[in-house]
Design a protein around this ligand. Structure first.
Ligand code: SIN
Ligand code: CO
Length: 373
């Protein structure tokens, strides 16, 4: 694969000087793609109900947005220009796109989100906007003009069905050709307009808000907390104002709330579960005619195993997590399973039963498969 993803910079240089700081244009980041997604394949994905997709048209200064899944015939009645179809998480469905996403694994999987692909004929655009996360925009075929601006004043057009900046004034502009890539930090305004029919592969990162993380942690605590007490007041005196909430009552509730505590172990477990949790429309398919453990062990050792494209596996110390759950494994299996999390596959060699048992659990849920992708 002929590529210079970061235009000759080391990952360390890129992270120090650009990541979350300033844009970077990389000419010829990737030249010889091993495989390209063609438009019919992208349109076929936009028809699946387990795929998030959108169609954005600009007509007479108005924005028309439709969400997928689409009927095939929808794409027969599109104009020659001025529309964009966007398909989210193509890496969940197309192995070579997943490989491309994981080329960015100098950043951890807790941050790497998905690879979205958009196709646009000339004039196709989603308008000037900014995103709350970092993104690499890789041009694949065609040409797109990108204008960018550091101004994040966030003056979005009201009532538009998509977030489009009202006052966007370009500070820098480039025409991206096949294989060129533009890195943008969060909240950097950008405006891409297709000049020749082509695709943009957006390598997106995950940046949950504090509100979301803390809210999810409270949900975690709610599930984990086991409090046994019940409100009681044997010292109660008669009241002349039964409508009043007395402060002694409030005080008792407040002291109950002091039991809302957590440990480092809770935080670690929460992080592992939360950051491997599948998105709402993601489902795993258990194998139809599942192998029994011995058959699985024989095949896994003969052919190797790989994680399902939709699976996400992480670890922290001895703890392993996959798709929102803890994966139990004996201590001597952990190192091999960490390798599976890092490289998303394990080679065809002999494994201990402890490893095979954990792999079998994943296989049984459809989180992992035998062989090569
Ligand atoms: C596009 O693919 O044209 C839009 C991608 C983005 O702006 O994030
Ligand atoms: Co964007």
């Amino acid at each position: 694969m002929n590529k210079q993803l970061l235009g000759g910079l080391t990952a360390e240089q890129f992270l120090t000087d650009y990541w979350q700081k300033q844009p970077l244009l990389i000419r010829n980041a990737w030249q010889d793609f091993p495989e390209l997604i063609d438009l019919p394949r992208l349109i076929a994905l936009a028809q699946q109900d387990d795929v998030e997709s959108r169609l954005i048209e600009r007509r007479d200064e108005r924005w028309l947005v439709e969400n997928g899944p689409f009927r095939a015939s929808r794409f027969d009645r599109l104009p020659e220009t001025d529309w964009t179809v966007l398909v989210q998480s193509v890496n969940h469905h197309v192995p070579h796109i997943a490989d491309l996403l994981y080329e960015f694994n100098f950043l951890p999987y807790t941050r790497l989100d998905d690879l979205m692909i958009s196709y646009a004929p000339p004039g196709g655009t989603v308008g000037p906007h900014y995103d709350s996360y970092d993104v690499f925009l890789l041009q694949v075929g065609g040409k797109k003009r990108w204008q960018i601006s550091s101004d994040d004043a966030g003056n979005f057009i009201e009532d538009a069905p998509i977030r489009v900046l009202r006052d966007f004034s370009s500070e820098q502009e480039w025409i991206l050709d096949h294989g060129d890539m533009l890195y943008l930090p969060p909240k950097y305004a950008h405006y891409g307009v297709a000049l020749e029919p082509g695709m943009t592969y957006s390598i997106g990162f995950r940046a949950p808000t504090e509100q979301e993380i803390v809210g999810k942690f409270l949900e975690y605590l709610q599930d984990e907390l086991r409090l046994t007490g019940v409100y009681g007041d044997p010292e109660r005196q008669p009241t002349a104002r039964p409508g009043e909430i007395d402060l002694a009552f409030v005080g008792k509730i407040e002291s109950m709330l002091t039991q809302l505590t957590w440990t480092d172990a809770d935080v670690r477990k929460f992080v592992g579960r939360y950051f491997t949790e599948p998105k709402p429309h993601v489902f795993y398919t258990a194998p139809d005619d599942a192998l029994d453990f011995d058959e699985f062990a024989a095949q896994a050792q003969a052919q190797g195993v790989y994680l399902d494209l939709k699976s996400l596996m992480l670890y922290e110390g001895e703890q392993l997590f996959i798709n929102g759950e803890e994966l139990e494994a004996e201590a001597d299996a952990v190192e091999t399973l960490r390798r599976l999390a890092d490289s998303r596959r394990l080679p065809a060699v002999q494994y201990d039963d402890a490893v095979l048992e954990a792999l079998y659990t994943c296989y049984d849920y459809g989180y992992l498969h035998v062989g090569k992708i």
